[in-house]
Design a protein around this ligand. Structure first.
Ligand SMILES: NC(=O)c1ccc[n+]([C@@H]2O[C@H](COP(=O)([O-])OP(=O)(O)OC[C@H]3O[C@@H](n4cnc5c(N)ncnc54)[C@H](OP(=O)(O)O)[C@@H]3O)[C@@H](O)[C@H]2O)c1
Length: 305
């Protein structure tokens, strides 16, 4: 049996589905009850929580591999990156005490202890903790993940369907290298099967400028919006206004800085196979039909962990 955090959410769902396809029983740690989710009938569930250490250890007991996707997209209210680092330490300790053989930890490309961006700094800190955990480990670092239930590309499509103009910060030439969520799952599970301690990027085959990515979404959705280049602070201000209207956080200054610094690009030969171009063309009809709120999905319904 393997344990996957977040099997009713995004990357964890793809990992759980692929494990099931390979005949592996799965237990998930999640805050969600997921009634009506077809996956809920096929896997066990325990609470994703870090305060009841005994409960967490029990939930991990008997697991061969722990696939950890737990992280937070941004700090909000009592949810902070420092807390997410601390929580992951608790998870690592419980995994070791429960006798878990191996951890596959989902990180991000370009983590750095020196990063001014708390997301990437926190990721680097957690990677250190994974290395020091005495567990056999694989660290998998995705770039920008695309697939069903994605938020970023969906909300770009949502804006492109509604607004006459779409703002791109600066020249829009900064690059991204999207990777399919199914490819991330395959890379994680292949890494789980090995014994070696490894660190590898999970990146897709295409490197695009951010503007190219937006233009692919324009073409796929049939949007007539005009792309306009604006200073980053203006784009962020527009994002904040939309955020107030949608009761969400669309894009943080740190996320935009990460995009502009090309942190979601790999320096390794890509091992993800699926093309973003093809995916977006095939899914243009459904993309952006509704807005997906990060706060509604991941923050508002739950007490901070
Ligand atoms: N999405 C991307 O483009 C991308 C790119 C690079 C790296 N990554 C990394 O890949 C991993 C998975 O990302 P994902 O986008 O697939 O995330 P996700 O499925 O939305 O969430 C992953 C896990 O974190 C928990 N979680 C999410 N937000 C939380 C919050 N605000 N408070 C407490 N718990 C929270 C979820 O809990 P529930 O189980 O209760 O839902 C789930 O267990 C993360 O480590 C992320 O940093 C993602």
């Amino acid at each position: 049996m393997d344990v996957v955090t977040g099997a009713f959410s995004y990357t964890g769902r793809a990992i759980a589905e692929e494990l099931l396809r390979r005949g592996r029983p799965v237990r998930t740690l999640s805050r969600r009850d997921a009634p009506g989710d077809p996956l809920a009938e096929r896997i066990e569930r325990a609470a994703l929580q870090f305060r009841d250490v005994r409960g967490l250890r029990e939930a991990l007991a008997g697991a061969d591999t722990l696939y950890n996707t737990y992280w937070v997209r941004f700090a909000h209210g009592e949810t902070t990156f420092d807390r997410a680092v601390e929580n992951t330490r608790v998870l690592l300790r419980c995994a070791r005490e429960a006798g878990v053989r191996r951890i596959v930890h989902v990180s991000v490309t370009s983590p750095s202890l020196d990063s001014p961006l708390p997301y990437f700094r926190g990721k680097a800190q957690v990677e250190e903790d994974v290395r020091g955990s005495a567990l056999s480990y694989a660290i998998v670092r995705p770039t920008l993940v695309f697939g069903p239930r994605d938020i970023l590309v969906n909300n770009i499509a949502w804006a492109l369907r509604r607004a006459p103009v779409f703002p791109v910060a600066g020249a829009g030439r900064y690059r991204v290298q999207p990777v399919a969520v199914e490819d991330v799952a395959t890379i994680c599970i292949d890494a789980g099967a090995s014994e070696e301690d490894v660190v590898r990027d999970a990146a897709g085959p295409e490197t695009l400028s951010y503007e190219e990515l937006v233009r692919l979404v324009v073409a796929a959705t049939g949007s007539r919006a005009r792309i306009v280049h604006l200073p980053p602070r203006v784009v962020l201000a527009l994002g904040r206004i939309t955020g107030v209207l949608r009761r969400d956080v669309l894009l943080t200054p740190e996320e935009l800085a990460g995009l502009q610094a090309e942190l979601l690009v790999s320096r390794e030969a890509p091992i993800g196979a699926a093309s973003f171009r093809s995916w977006v063309a095939a899914n243009g009809e459904s993309l952006g039909r509704g807005y997906v709120s990060e706060l509604a999905r991941n923050f508002r319904p739950y007490d901070p962990l």
